[in-house]
Write a protein that binds this ligand. Structure first.
Ligand SMILES: [Zn+2]
Length: 224
């Protein structure tokens, strides 16, 4: 008998393999509806579902996403050989989709936070830009101007502001909307830095480095 959630399925008249498929479906739906399972069981099911989805998408993106493959290639050229163990799927207790830890040299993908694989792709490219900057430019993450610069680049070069793909196709005209999005998101991230005392300081840091960092599209300035 597969790992059934209740006991009335033996009367369904299905063969063992049908039964197992049936059970899987039922389980999938119960994760969504919460029907027929205890809250604890549902949370455990949901967490496992998030973890498996995150691992699956991560594997697919590392193997098939042109943007992720491109970043991994350039990280390697910069001395960072990133493997799948350096990109960690984990539950996050805050409202973010991902993070980069300079100490660990690793990227965290916040499982359960992604609307779809495209969203996870944008987040992963964003964090890999931070990793690239850290490897290539010796970023001091407590220096708000350094942090602001990497956020501007990561927001602009990933699909976070829905522009990365066009940029990678060679369209280099940045729209005003794209710039506003990159600036807004960069200010929010710098504001969250423990070394940042207030909103005005975050905004100032972003403004001070804007010109040079927004126009620095490395490594995407290379044709691929
Ligand atoms: Zn960031």
């Amino acid at each position: 008998m597969p790992d059934s959630v209740d006991s009335d399925t033996s009367s369904s008249g299905l063969s063992d393999s049908d039964n197992s498929t049936f059970q899987r479906w039922r389980r999938t739906f119960s994760v969504i509806t919460g029907l027929g399972v205890s809250p604890e069981q549902r949370n455990a099911d949901l967490e496992r579902y998030h973890s498996e989805t995150c691992e699956k998408w991560k594997r697919e993106l590392m193997n098939y996403s042109p943007a992720v493959i491109f970043m991994l290639k350039h990280l390697k050229l910069s001395g960072c050989d990133v493997s799948s163990k350096d990109i960690v799927c984990a539950p996050c207790d805050y409202t973010r989709a991902g993070g980069f830890s300079p100490e660990a040299g690793a990227v965290v993908l916040c499982q359960g936070r992604f609307f779809n694989k495209g969203h996870m792709e944008d987040t992963l490219v964003h964090e890999l830009v931070h990793m690239y900057d850290h490897a290539k430019f010796k970023v001091d993450w407590n220096n708000l101007r350094h942090h602001a610069c990497s956020e501007i680049r990561a927001n602009s070069l990933s699909g976070d502001c829905r522009f990365g793909r066009e940029l990678r196709r060679g369209f280099l005209a940045f729209s005003k909307q794209h710039q506003a999005c990159v600036r807004r998101r960069a200010i929010l991230s710098v504001r969250a830095n423990a070394a940042c005392p207030d909103d005005a300081t975050a905004e100032r840091a972003v403004n001070e480095v804007w010109e040079s960092c927004f126009n620095d599209t490395r490594p995407f300035d290379e044709i691929y």
